[in-house]
Design a binder for this molecule. Structure first.
Ligand SMILES: [Zn+2]
Length: 110
């Protein structure tokens, strides 16, 4: 089983991990389709971790004022580090048939 996406083949083994508001953390690297984490053939623990990670995306932004919060840089850095760990775990679970890459957030970078 593979993740469904918008590519001609309808599935992908090229996955990018990237946070975005209101979206799951996984994207097809080729067609940028937002992938359903539940469809991936990985353990529930990593699915939960991916969903948690996606939910934490952007905690460094105050959505009411649309400004960076205090400690934004540190919060974003921590989230990026966790994302890299998830990318490594996904690689380990999915094996060499998949190409996994991680795109860190750079919102607080000045
Ligand atoms: Zn695709």
């Amino acid at each position: 089983m593979r993740a469904n996406c918008g590519c001609k083949e309808g599935t992908t083994t090229n996955i990018t991990i990237e946070g975005e508001f209101g979206a799951d953390a996984l994207w097809c690297t080729k067609c940028t389709y937002n992938l359903d984490v539940e469809e991936l053939p990985v353990s529930d623990s990593i699915k939960d971790a991916l969903l948690d990670w996606a939910a934490q995306y952007g905690v460094w932004i105050d959505l009411e004022t649309n400004r960076l919060v205090e400690d934004a840089e540190q919060l974003e850095k921590t989230h990026n580090a966790a994302g890299q760990v998830l990318a490594d775990k996904l690689k380990a679970e999915l094996g060499i048939a998949y190409t996994i890459q991680f795109t860190p957030s750079v919102m607080s970078a000045s």
